[in-house]
Design a protein around this ligand. Structure first.
Ligand code: PHE
Length: 342
């Protein structure tokens, strides 16, 4: 039996077809319903039980190889203009299986964040990436020459006046929204932002943010906390805990930074969370009344909260990416890993 299989195997391996007749003969003699491989399956019942598994495998391999050979020459002969059916080439035929592309991980995570907040009524707003000083800084309570401007190393477009720059955060979009609409406002501003930083595994000169803004009557810090808790659980899982630490931003008062319990070790401590059990993911706070007034909103009547997060950071945590540069290098080996995340 094994000998028979081996002889047929060399027959298959050595086979070459120059025309469709030879190929059809090959098919009938090996793969056909009265072919040699069918014959092997018929003899199979005589194989001792303990060898059945191995011999069965050999016959199946032989069958696959014969089928591959047939497909290979069929494609070759048809490609050369000899069509089995009508002797014509099908010019619309796909030459090889089409590779389906995938969405970029930054887009996947951005869409997920938007989806989570849209379920509680947030809309999406966009704005320009080249901004003036007013929208990126002054309206947001950064006084001229204030050291807080150094928190965000800025790329200036017109350096003499320092007036036009690449936006350092998408809070600039929120200023535009506040100037142009009346509360209640509940919106997200996703987009690319730029900072003059040396490129490394942990920092890049551009990245992506989603910032959020909610302004209405009687909005409180408790609303902020509950909204962010909802987000953290939706994004990282029901068991996720959050922690707010006091912080400083010129445009919010009070301000905080939010950590989520480490999804890798469930808060027990590991090298991802540097044994703290928590990971920092966003900045937030109550919109400073000065900012509301700068944008024409009555700060006696309305209050609001804002928050902002880096999409790269969330995607790093979600997909365990350890180098920020991977997001912008366009390496197919990296990108095609996100196919199933579509
Ligand atoms: N704009 C801040 C940043 O880019 C993030 C932030 C937004 C913080 C809103 C607080 C409130 O760092």
């Amino acid at each position: 039996m094994r000998e028979k299989i081996n002889t047929l195997l060399s027959e298959v391996e050595g086979f070459k077809a120059e025309n469709k007749e030879q190929l059809e003969n090959f098919r009938i003699s090996l793969l056909g319903s009265k072919g040699k491989i069918k014959g092997l399956f018929a003899d199979f019942k005589n194989v001792p039980n303990e060898e059945k598994k191995e011999v069965g495998q050999l016959i199946n391999d032989l069958k696959d190889k014969a089928q591959d050979k047939f497909d290979e020459f069929k494609a070759q002969i048809e490609g050369a203009g000899v069509n089995f059916n009508n002797n014509e080439q099908d010019l619309s035929r796909t030459p090889f299986p089409l590779e389906v592309g995938s969405r970029h991980p930054i887009s996947i995570v951005r869409n997920e964040i938007i989806d989570i907040f849209s379920r509680i009524g947030f809309t999406v707003s966009e704005g320009p990436e080249i901004e003036d000083d007013w929208h990126n800084f002054s309206a947001l309570n950064f006084p001229p020459e204030h050291p807080a401007r150094d928190m965000q190393d800025t790329f200036f477009v017109k350096s003499e006046s320092g007036d036009i720059a690449l936006r350092t955060h998408t809070s600039s979009v929120q200023v535009r929204i506040m100037e142009n609409s009346k509360p209640p406002i509940r919106t997200l501003s996703p987009g690319r932002v730029y900072r003059n930083e040396a490129i490394s595994a942990r920092a890049h000169c551009f990245f992506h943010q989603v910032e959020g803004l909610y302004i209405a009557e009687d909005v409180s810090f408790a609303d902020l906390k509950q909204t962010l808790l909802y987000f953290a659980k939706e994004m990282f899982g029901e068991e996720t805990e959050i922690r707010l630490r006091p912080s400083y931003f010129p445009f919010t008062e009070p301000s905080a930074e939010m950590d989520v319990s480490c999804s890798v070790c469930s808060g027990k401590g590991c090298n991802v969370c540097k044994y703290t059990g928590f990971l920092e993911i966003l900045g937030c706070g109550m919109v400073d009344p000065n900012v509301l007034e700068n944008c024409g909103i009555d700060s006696k009547k309305y209050t609001g909260f804002a928050f902002g997060m880096g999409i790269e950071r969330i995607a790093m945590l979600k997909y365990k990416v350890n180098d920020l540069r991977l997001y912008s290098e366009g390496d197919i080996r990296f990108l095609e890993q996100f196919k199933s995340a579509l």
